[in-house]
Design a protein around this ligand. Structure first.
Ligand code: ADP
Ligand code: MG
Length: 652
């Protein structure tokens, strides 16, 4: 770990980064902007990321990638990718491993490539703001991200030169930020509705243990869908007003979507808003049609009500799973830009029977939580490094003090005898020469004493030497040998160096103290989706259920169906459908090299391990012999490109 550990909220539309300074999570910003649009654009041979890319998107949608998180970790053949391809202004084609490739401005990019560019920009911003490298991060992901989406996020980070210390679920990060400073027990729900995803989480804090009781959500439900619902109404309004179709007109549809989003945000402040879109449609005769209409807050609410209801249904399911009553909750946190909508807040207030918190910043709290968590898990090692640095600085300070003392003593002693200029210089040279050797510098303080004790000794010693120095300086008079002043200057330099090393050590010690007093919180999260294998009749046999605390390990015995069968194929799925194939296929693995035996006799134990990042790895062994079984993994997106097949334990 080098440099500062940062917390990154990699959002669908906006990303945000924070770091802990003096025990507080601080949002790292540039030009006063606290979020970075998750947007990548190509302008000629220039690549733009963030605010510049977003500005460029308005006029060049075909060269700009927005909301790539909606397709990250999804196979080409999926509803999510079809939905994204329907609105994208550039071709989305099938990638080599069944994944997705975006053809933008002559580039072929995977969603991982695009996310990596956003992460790299965020990292750069952080490094600029901190003035030091920031190559290690805790990155937040929607609680509902499946294994492939999580792995894709990690690969993107890797590509951006970021070492992922941990992935943290977004609502968990928000809850962490809320609870970290609190220091008392609480029960909390987090409602997180961003641009593309919805999560709800119920968390309990007892002492220094934060425990997620349940989580639920939809990784394809967010503000973008609210915009689409309103845009659809605008389209119908247009068609009704003008008796003209605009279905095939991409530019017009995009303008409607933008107008819908703008109106939606405006309606947070006002009861009704006017939408004016001049030149919206072209007529075959070369003429054009302007479009204008009024959207009231009431109408907008009605249009998005089914979406709000979907989030509320997921909330009900989540509090049921957590086995808590809404009245047991101390607070409900609203996170994500879309949670600002009044109708959303009202729905949440009704369901939970309390007013949600409005005093947290829904755009920043996730990054703050990620940073605080990063700090909480690294504080001990930060303390150790600060102590090491203090130790080193003290070592240097001790040596410099020692040298200064020896020089002072030597000069003092010789001054009592009358010496010529030359012999004074010779003396100094001799002393300096001797102090250059390590063994000459006997450390005056006991190296076993603790650091603060040693630091104190050095300070005391320096004080004495300062005193002695001033005494010597006073002795200088016209009779003093010529070289004395220069010699004293040399000693004074040595003393200053010792002082500054001692000050540096004190600084590191203060830092170590601060890290030592950081609150260390144990965070216990849960799985957000069931994990299972496909069995006969396309049934999903669940191995690890939703809301199981992680990390978790589950073992299952497999055998053969036929005599002398040497291979068994196992398909691993993640999702809530009882039909295995309706879920996300995470990977298929084949156990091979099974000893020839009659059917049903081999006993192969397969272990599924979900780590703290919510990522699965699989290992297998022959239960009878204890021998490791071999596994061949086929992963649907090639997100394992960097984790080539390993025998016996494979991540997929
Ligand atoms: P993400 O974290 O997924 O990138 P954000 O949390 O930044 O997303 O939320 C972005 C969404 O919030 C967008 O759909 C945006 O239109 C919506 N949004 C932002 N402000 C408001 C507001 N005042 N009223 C309604 N929606 C808003
Ligand atoms: Mg977000």
């Amino acid at each position: 770990m080098s440099g500062r550990v940062i917390g990154i909220d990699l959002g669908t539309l906006n990303s945000c980064v924070a770091a802990v300074e003096n025990g507080r999570a601080v949002i790292l910003s540039e030009d006063q902007r606290t979020t970075v649009p998750s947007c990548v654009a190509f302008k000629g041979d220039k690549e733009l990321v963030g605010a510049g890319a977003k500005r460029y998107a308005v006029t060049n949608p075909e060269n700009t990638v927005i909301a790539v998180k909606r397709v990250l970790g999804h196979p080409f053949d999926s509803d999510e990718v079809r939905a994204a391809a329907a609105v994208a202004r550039y071709p989305i084609v099938s990638g080599p491993q069944g994944g997705v490739v975006l053809r933008v401005a002559g580039h072929e990019l995977t969603p991982i490539d695009v996310s990596a560019r956003v992460l790299a920009a965020v990292r750069e911003l952080a490094e600029k703001a901190l003035g030091e490298p920031a190559t290690t991060a805790v990155i937040s992901v929607p609680a509902h991200f499946n294994d492939l989406q999580r792995k894709s996020t990690k690969l993107a980070a890797e590509q951006a030169g970021i070492d992922v210390l941990r992935l943290i679920n977004e609502p968990t990060a928000a809850a962490f930020a809320y609870g970290y400073k609190k220091g008392r027990d609480f029960m909390l729900a987090v409602y997180d509705l961003g641009g593309g995803t919805f999560d709800v989480t119920v968390m309990r804090a007892r002492g220094d243990t934060f425990e997620v009781l349940a989580t639920d959500g939809d990784s394809y439900l967010g503000g973008e869908d609210f915009d689409s619902a309103i845009a659809e109404w605008l389209k119908q309004e247009f068609e009704r007003q003008h008796d003209s179709q605009i279905d095939g007109d991409d530019t017009a549809l995009l303008r409607l979507k933008e107008a819908a989003e703008k109106a939606k945000v405006e309606l947070a402040e006002v009861d009704s808003t006017r939408i004016e879109l001049p030149y919206l449609a072209q007529l075959p005769d070369g003429g054009h049609i302007d479009f204008s209409t009024t959207l009231t807050r009431e109408k907008a609410t009605e249009l998005v009500q089914p979406l709000i209801q979907r989030t509320l249904d997921l909330c009900s399911r989540c509090i049921d799973a957590a086995a808590v009553a809404p009245c047991e909750l101390d607070d409900v946190l609203m996170v994500g830009g879309q949670s600002r909508m009044a109708a959303v807040q009202e729905g949440v207030a009704d369901l939970f029977g309390c007013e949600p918190r409005r005093d947290i910043n829904p755009d920043e709290v996730v990054a703050q939580g990620a940073a605080l968590y990063a700090y909480s898990i690294t504080a001990d090692s930060l303390r150790a490094s600060a102590e090491d640095a203090a130790d080193d600085a003290l070592g240097v300070a001790l040596k410099q003090t020692d040298v200064a003392r020896k020089l002072l003593d030597g000069v003092d002693e010789r001054l009592d005898r009358t010496l010529g200029d030359e012999s004074l210089q010779t003396l100094l040279d001799e002393l300096l020469e001797a102090t250059g050797h390590d063994d000459m510098a006997e450390l005056t303080a006991d190296p076993d004493a603790d650091l603060p004790e040693r630091a104190k000794k050095v300070r005391e010693e320096l004080l004495q030497l300062d005193y002695k120095m001033s005494e010597l300086t006073e002795k200088v008079d016209s009779d003093s040998p010529d070289g004395l002043e220069a010699a004293l200057q040399q000693i004074s330099d040595q003393l200053s160096a010792a002082h500054s090393s001692s000050d540096r050590a004190d600084g590191f010690l203060d830092e170590a103290d601060q890290h030592a007093s950081a609150r260390k919180v144990e965070l216990q999260d849960v799985t957000s989706l069931p994990l299972g294998i496909g069995t006969v009749g396309d049934a999903l046999s669940i191995l690890i259920d939703q809301n199981t605390p992680v990390p978790v390990e589950h073992r299952r015995m497999f055998t053969t169906n036929e005599d002398n069968q040497e291979e068994v194929e196992i398909n691993v799925y993640q999702g809530r459908s009882r039909d295995a194939s309706q879920n996300q296929l995470l990977g298929s693995f084949t156990l091979w090299g099974i000893g020839r035996a009659p059917r049903l006799t081999p006993k192969i134990e397969v272990a599924f391990v979900v780590d703290e990042d919510g990522i699965l790895s699989v290992s297998a062994s022959d239960a009878a012999s204890g021998a490791e079984q071999s596994i061949r993994v086929r992963d649907p997106l090639g997100v394992q490109a960097t984790q080539s097949q390993r025998r016996s334990r494979s991540k997929f």
